[in-house]
Design a protein around this ligand. Structure first.
Ligand SMILES: Cc1cc2nc3c(=O)[nH]c(=O)nc-3n(C[C@H](O)[C@H](O)[C@H](O)COP(=O)(O)O)c2cc1C
Length: 216
């Protein structure tokens, strides 16, 4: 296991809350510490997509993770701008907004810092530490694209929730693990969430290019 590091993970109100849940689960399983915060819209998405009976005003985010994993987890209200991820001196190794709504993405792109999540992203950028945004939206407007470009130019990693299919997923979990694994790759956390690409054997040339050759 790699040595323990501290990560800030923020759930925003984009579809695909399963990506965020899986990321936090694997980080905690790997022995890392996680500071977790969620927007009000993220709680709505958690209730809807994950069908979790969370209280909208006072959600118990710790209850989303197995008791044996909770030791490494610190949960913060999004209004708690005094919490560790708000400070550049807190030793946060990387900050990940997953899923990242277009609303939060826009506010981060323009430096609003109006809550803990936007501030944590702002701090990562100013400190030159990894900031990973996992947007999920389609189609994208020019406003979305401009905001993403602003963030990429400022040093953020835009990692859209776009699962690949070349690893031949069979379940929704395979798709979720693909995106969570791509995030883990970017923050240098080892994982086995998907099979690594290997060059497939060269296919036999099709017979139309080999006229005259005998079939086996
Ligand atoms: C079930 C559900 C799914 C949503 N999916 C998306 C989405 O995929 N992308 C997005 O940008 N916003 C999505 N939204 C809308 C955002 O939640 C909304 O714009 C919200 O104001 C974002 O707030 P936040 O940035 O504070 O999280 C969704 C909302 C709900 C309730």
């Amino acid at each position: 296991m790699s040595s323990s590091r501290v990560f800030a993970v923020c759930f925003c109100g984009g579809s695909g809350i399963a990506y965020g849940l899986r990321l936090v689960e694997v980080l905690l399983q790997s022995g890392h510490q996680v500071h977790l915060a969620a927007t009000g819209a993220a709680i709505r998405v958690l209730r809807h997509e994950a069908q979790l009976p969370l209280d909208q005003q006072h959600p118990d985010l710790r209850s989303l993770f197995a008791p044996e994993l909770q030791k490494g987890l610190s949960v913060h209200d999004k209004a708690a701008v005094e919490a560790a991820p708000s400070s550049g001196s807190a030793g946060i190794a990387a900050t990940i907004l997953v899923p990242c709504s277009m609303g939060t993405l826009a506010r981060v792109a323009h430096g609003f810092s109006s809550n803990l999540i936007e501030r944590a992203a702002d701090v990562a950028l100013k400190e030159g530490r990894p900031l990973i945004l996992v947007p999920r939206e389609t189609p994208l407007s020019t406003i979305h694209l401009r905001n993403m470009l602003l963030l990429a130019e400022a040093g953020a990693v835009l990692l859209p929730a776009m699962p690949g299919f070349y690893h031949r997923p069979e379940t929704v979990k395979d798709l979720v693990d693909f995106v969570a694994g791509k995030i883990l790759d970017r923050i240098g956390v080892e994982h086995t969430l998907f099979a690594r690409w290997k060059t497939p054997p060269t296919p036999r040339p099709s017979s139309q290019w080999n006229e005259g050759e005998e079939e086996e």
